[in-house]
Ligand binder design. Structure first.
Ligand code: GLN
Ligand code: ZN
Length: 768
């Protein structure tokens, strides 16, 4: 039996890649220095995997920015707007970064390629762009170079390639009149050349990733996959292809997957534990095909449950024979942090919780242990097994995790906990009398600039170099300034500014029970950007109010209704590592109740408008459409649970960014927020069409300017957008606000832009 790994985190143990890339971009280090950093990360990763006796170690899983962009460069699918950059640069790296980040130098000014989420993860890839007459060529030999690099270190690797069908399907047609799959016959020759070169270099195993097999595919798409791998088998009969799909089972694509003439087929047994049975019972697995059993969770931070993994392994071994079984993580380890050994702060990550966890390095060790155990006849008495069992047993019954009162509260929820007392029309009237807001009320999404001074104060306070009173005084001054400014420009619904918050999830997680935090648990989000998700390990509850102090303080400074600002349960769930010992929906309801407690306390403190942000609702959608309904039921339910316990006269807002609403508009309406603010300006209000076509019943604040750049919008632009909005929705429903929070902006442009926004709203009122 062999072990393999599908990919290792590439940011470096201490985010060396991030630092090197950012220094290179700002001209502080040379290209050689950057390349050297990449090389040393790869070397370290390969050696670690060798040390942990991984039989098939991946190469080309490293990337300076993104593996999809690497593929784009590899096959020479460089969009035309970068041709000048390509000409003028002596190296491919600058072209590569230009595609990732845009390019502004000398007379050249080219925008970046689009970025979107990698399946249902929080990792973002660069979306390939295709034209009708798209040509491909072998442009970058990175994959061969890295294979040779490892070979020079004495390590025979298994190069990882993004499969051609997934690659095309992840991209976008940039003009009409063709489907990107039409390009397959032109793309395949490049893959063939590459495979030939890899064989020449001595590669025996190649991992080809076709994760689209975990999604709904058309017959044409399934056929395309079948054809590609038949072609490869014919041309390269001795090459061993490990075909991997992950993040789900094969569903309707099972027959296609099983028909592929590949040497090994990877199964994600974490997401789809029943898949092994499906495959074995189908009787359709090729006689010589091996199975790679993805038993170690590549998407989460929990220790493996050896007895359940060993059951899978035993079953596969019995049916297929030892030589046809490989064990592996469920997907690339890109989605988990590097090394749990670096976590030493017991205050934020209790020892007991740490004992239940495994990061990438520990997951390699788990594979090693599972291999040993599966080869041990009496594995039950093996210390490796006993230790694992002891730890999983402790977790099952830990007092730290299980809070009977929290569980009871969720169990006793009734249907009425999930809806407001009266329907929207009635609430609207009550809120109008209560709040007395003008037509086209103006507001913001919550955060005001997190200036270097704000960040510095927080960091000093966290390190113990600024005492609490001084820190609070500082935050009070910032909040005061923000409120005064909002009053001065005549904004109708001010906010406190969120100066006390580091991050919209972490801030709440830190105050909730059931959450732990790491010091170094970084995961790549995109390019050089990494995130450090909180860890939800136990039943969630809210011991004390979390935001009442700052919201009330802000309210005490103004007569206008200050909008309270909370993060919603689905977003908190979605942006954390979530416990795997109960359904996500249960955890989400627990978080919802904690947020509800906060909502109720804000209301008690006299806050009449409360916003519960849910930017992550859409990204939580399952990969297969058939699973959408179940997800939306509990996700929308959790939002409603968190916001329904208030008086009719209290106005609930929600906010979502970067979302397309067309296919979920009914569910967005079901959320029944009195007001929803959305990101809209970059789509020129097009996103509003979904709302008007659906006859969306409640009020809407379509973002009237983009907050991602310091550019100040003109009054004509904002008026133009508002008039556009008024064409599709009645004026009585419209709010006026920016696209999203202003934390990444400076004060100067923020002030100017908001003044213009407020006067545009006034002009709209004057026209009525
Ligand atoms: N209230 C948050 C802010 O303004 C919302 C952020 C978001 O939507 N991502 O920063
Ligand atoms: Zn937003």
């Amino acid at each position: 039996m062999k072990t393999t790994n599908l990919g290792y985190p590439r940011i470096g143990t201490h985010r060396e890649l991030k630092r090197a890339c950012e220094k290179y971009w700002s001209g502080k280090i040379s290209l050689e220095d950057l390349l050297e950093t990449g090389k040393s990360i790869r070397t370290e990763n390969w050696k670690l995997q060798q040390e942990k006796s991984i039989d098939l170690i991946p190469s080309n899983d490293f990337s300076f920015y993104d593996q999809v962009l690497d593929t784009t460069l590899m096959v020479g699918a460089v969009p035309k707007r970068y041709f000048d950059v390509k000409e003028s640069q002596g190296n491919l790296m600058d072209l590569y970064f230009a595609m990732a980040r845009g390019y502004q130098k000398k007379e050249m000014d080219v925008i970046a390629m689009e970025m979107t989420k990698w399946f249902d993860t929080n990792y973002h890839y660069i979306v390939p762009e295709f034209e009708k007459d798209q040509e491909f060529e072998l442009l970058s030999t990175k994959i061969i170079d890295e294979f040779n690099e490892a070979k020079a270190l004495g390590i025979q690797t298994k190069p990882v390639l993004l499969g051609p069908v997934t690659y095309l399907l992840l991209g976008k047609e940039k003009e009409e009149g063709f489907h990107r799959l039409d390009l397959l016959p032109k793309l395949l020759p490049v893959y063939h050349i590459l495979l030939e070169k890899l064989v020449e270099a001595g590669a025996t195993w190649i991992q080809m990733d076709e994760p689209v097999l975990a999604t709904d595919l058309t017959a044409r798409e399934e056929e395309a996959i079948a054809k590609v791998y038949q072609g490869i088998a014919e041309k390269f009969p001795s090459l061993k292809i490990l075909l991997s799909s992950y993040f789900g089972g094969f569903g309707d694509n099972l027959d296609t997957a099983l028909s592929l003439p590949v040497c090994a087929l990877h199964l994600d047994l974490k997401r789809s534990p029943g898949l092994l049975g499906e495959v074995l019972e189908s009787g359709k697995l090729g006689e010589k095909t091996s199975l790679s059993l993805g038993v170690v969770d590549g998407r989460n931070v929990w220790k493996n449950d050896f007895s359940s993994s060993l059951e899978h392994i035993r079953r596969a071994k019995t049916q297929l024979g030892e030589e046809r079984v490989i064990i592996s993580p469920s997907c690339s380890l890109l989605h988990v942090p590097n090394d749990l050994d670096l976590e030493t702060n017991e205050k934020t990550l209790p020892k007991e919780v740490k004992d239940w966890m495994a990061f990438a390095k520990q997951k390699l060790e788990e594979l090693q242990s599972l291999k040993t155990l599966s080869e041990t006849p009496e594995h039950i008495s093996h210390p490796l097994f006993k230790d694992n069992l002891a730890s999983t047993e402790k977790r099952k019954n830990a007092a730290l995790i299980h809070k009977p009162e929290v569980k009871k509260r969720v169990e006793h929820l009734s249907e009425s906990d999930f809806r407001r007392t009266s329907p929207f029309e009635k609430r609207k009237v009550l809120q109008e009398t209560h709040l007395k807001l003008p037509l086209f009320p103006t507001t913001t999404i919550g955060s005001f600039p997190q200036t270097p001074a704000v960040r510095q104060a927080r960091s000093l306070f966290k390190k113990g170099n600024l005492n609490e009173q001084k820190y609070i005084d500082f935050l009070k001054k910032e909040t005061e300034k923000a409120i005064h400014f909002q009053e001065e420009i005549g904004l109708d619904v001010p906010v406190h500014g969120e100066f006390e918050r580091n991050d919209m999830v972490e801030y709440f997680g830190e105050q909730l029970e059931g959450f732990a935090f790491t010091q170094n648990g970084w995961v790549q989000s995109y390019g050089s950007r990494c995130v450090k998700p909180p860890i939800i390990f136990g039943d969630v509850s809210r011991p004390e109010p979390m935001t009442v102090f700052w919201t009330s303080f802000a309210q005490s400074l103004t007569e206008k209704p200050v909008k309270g600002m909370l993060t919603g349960p689905v977003t908190i769930l979605q942006w954390s590592f979530v416990r795997d010992d109960q359904p996500r929906s249960s955890t989400c309801n627990q978080i919802a109740l904690a947020i509800l407690d906060e909502v109720v306390d804000l209301e008690k403190a006299g806050i009449a408008i409360i916003q519960v942000d849910e930017p992550a609702i859409r990204e939580g959608l399952p990969l297969r459409k058939k699973d959408w309904e179940t997800y939306l039921n509990w996700a929308i339910g959790a939002f409603k649970l968190s916001t329904s316990g208030v008086e009719d006269s209290t106005q609930i807002h929600t906010h979502m960014c970067y979302s397309e609403f067309n296919d979920i508009i009914k569910d967005i309406a079901d959320m029944d927020a009195d007001v929803i603010t959305i990101e809209c300006s970059r789509s020129q209000m097009e996103l509003l069409d979904a709302f008007s076509e659906f006859d969306y019943p409640n009020d809407i604040g379509p973002g009237v300017y983009d907050i991602h750049s310091p550019r100040v919008p003109s009054s004509e632009e904002i008026l133009g957008l508002l008039k556009k909005a008024e064409k599709v929705l009645p004026a009585s429903k419209l709010w006026v606000n920016p696209d999203c929070g202003l934390k990444t902006r400076g004060w100067e442009e923020t002030k100017e832009a908001l003044k213009i926004m407020v006067s545009a709203a006034q002009q709209m009122r004057d026209m009525v």
